[in-house]
Design a protein around this ligand. Structure first.
Ligand code: SAH
Length: 223
């Protein structure tokens, strides 16, 4: 588990707007204190380009280039809460869809190790740089199509997918350890819901919740 080095000064205004965001998330029903504390610690403005930094603590998705977005804070908080809530041991987590690395930083604060996969090479390199600048070192990076997971590092205590597959690939479920949890937005471009799968032995219990809008999970890689 990491604590984030504050690094470059965060202005008073952004600190205030960051704390306001945390209060908003609480009011919207995010109740896990470890998640709220983490959102209050991770400087989201460091994950977006300068022109967008003043909007970093609005509860909204923002563009990060290559037609991708940094997820809305409420959704990051909700998915993280669904992964960690009520669990004592937070070991290894696999993240598919690194994007700008914001969700990665949140996970790195809560889990002992994060394995993150991104199919677009330039996004992965920028995320790696941002996280290193913040002093986040418990992350392993991989430029690949995450559809197949990371078999060499399985089993995972948790898996989080931050792009929408039609349905979660079976091969990924097999990389969950016993008692492990997977969370993903499932569905097509116009109809997606957060889905949580909990593994008990060879049984996989599915729970479907909030409607969401994520970019689609694509196959193959790009530079
Ligand atoms: N958690 C990220 C979300 C980024 S958007 C953030 O907050 O910044 C989703 C990301 O998933 C995009 O960067 C996209 O390139 C990536 N992605 C889509 N399909 C993928 C796949 N098969 N394997 C790995 N990454 C994928």
């Amino acid at each position: 588990m990491m604590s984030i080095a504050s690094g470059r000064e965060i202005g008073f205004t952004s600190r205030r707007t960051q704390l306001r965001l945390v209060s908003q998330l609480r009011a919207q029903g995010i109740s896990d204190e470890t998640v709220l504390t983490t959102i209050a610690q991770v400087p989201r403005h460091r994950f977006v380009e300068e022109a967008l930094q003043s909007r970093a603590y609005e509860d909204t998705a923002l563009p990060i280039g290559r037609q991708q977005t940094i997820s809305q804070p409420y959704i990051v908080a909700l998915m993280t809460q669904q992964l960690v809530n009520g669990r004592a041991h937070m070991g290894k987590v696999l993240e598919i869809g690194t994007g700008c690395g914001y969700q990665t930083a949140v996970l790195a604060t809560l889990f002992s190790r994060v394995y993150t996969i991104e199919r677009i090479g330039s996004l992965l390199e920028t995320a790696r740089q941002t996280l290193q600048n913040l002093g986040v070192y418990n992350v392993s990076y991989r430029h690949a199509d995450g559809t197949k997971g990371w078999p060499g590092r399985a089993p995972f205590d948790s898996i989080i997918i931050t792009a929408a597959p039609g349905t979660v690939p079976r091969g990924l479920l097999d990389q969950l350890g016993d008692g492990g949890r997977l969370i993903a937005p499932e569905g097509d471009r116009y109809n997606q819901h957060l889905t949580r799968v909990v593994r008990q032995g060879q049984r996989f219990r599915r729970e479907i919740s909030t409607p969401v809008v994520f970019v689609p999970m694509l196959s193959g890689t790009e530079e």
